[in-house]
Design a protein around this ligand. Structure first.
Ligand SMILES: [Zn+2]
Length: 244
């Protein structure tokens, strides 16, 4: 079980300065996906700093944490909106133009999509049936989702409880970036860093930085304990939102 105490519940960000060039729908899609990606990368960071044993692929464990934190962090209406858009964000190739890369450490996009929907739906099936149906979660899988959520919650719960029981310290250190869309991403990530610091303390500090990387990516570097969110992700999400 997750017992996250004061974590529940924050509201979605206020309007940021560079939103003016995006529609509300575009901004919401970008924001939801950057939150989902940030939580995924925090999964890698927490696995490292807290020495969490992983049974299976680390990428899968990070995806699970991302869905759990969306469920635990936000009020229901915002949580559903974020989980919905973050699910679609997994579908990098909505027209199915590319070959599926089975050797990758990440699962295939559609598998990650259904895993995300399943965990989020399984956390509160009594109020998320419409969301599961809208996202096409088949009943054969949906039947198992409450159990999948319980297993995920049991696995991550003790780690999160330990981090939330420590004395509060700002163990995530935010370094904002500059350049195209940096103001949008800075605002989103700064908000998530502040929420995390208010609720959790890591064993060792982690630097979270926004920067232009020359590629659409986000990653956690164990050597420097640095989590990087690339500004290129914003354009990637804007392009994906158009194709969905
Ligand atoms: Zn990852």
């Amino acid at each position: 079980m997750l017992t996250l105490g004061a974590l529940c519940c924050v509201s979605v960000l206020a309007v940021g300065p560079a939103r003016s060039e995006m529609s509300d729908g575009q901004f919401d899609f970008v924001q939801a996906n950057m939150i989902g990606v940030f939580y995924h990368e925090m999964g890698h960071a927490i696995i490292h700093t807290e020495d969490v044993p992983i049974f299976g692929q680390e990428e899968d464990a990070a995806d699970v944490l991302s869905a759990l934190l969306i469920h635990e962090t936000f009020l229901e209406e915002d949580a559903q909106a974020i989980a919905f858009d973050a699910a679609l964000g997994y579908l990098n190739d909505p027209q199915g133009m590319s070959e599926i890369v089975y050797w990758d450490t990440h699962g295939p996009d559609e598998q990650r999509f259904y895993n995300h929907v399943c965990i989020f739906y399984g956390a509160a099936p009594e109020r998320r049936a419409a969301l599961a149906e809208d996202l096409g979660l088949p009943p054969e899988r949906a039947d198992w989702c409450p159990t999948e959520y319980e297993q995920a919650s049991d696995a991550w719960g003790s780690v999160l409880d330990e981090m939330s029981s420590r004395a509060q310290k700002d163990t995530l250190v935010f370094v904002p970036g500059s350049g195209r869309h940096a103001d949008v991403l800075n605002a989103i990530v700064a908000d998530e860093v502040a929420d995390f610091n208010a609720n959790y303390t890591l064993s060792n500090p982690v630097v979270v930085r926004v920067e232009s990387c020359g590629q659409t990516n986000a990653f956690y570097d164990r050597d420097g304990r640095i989590l990087t969110m690339c500004t290129e992700f914003v354009d990637h999400m804007l392009a994906l939102e158009k194709r969905l």
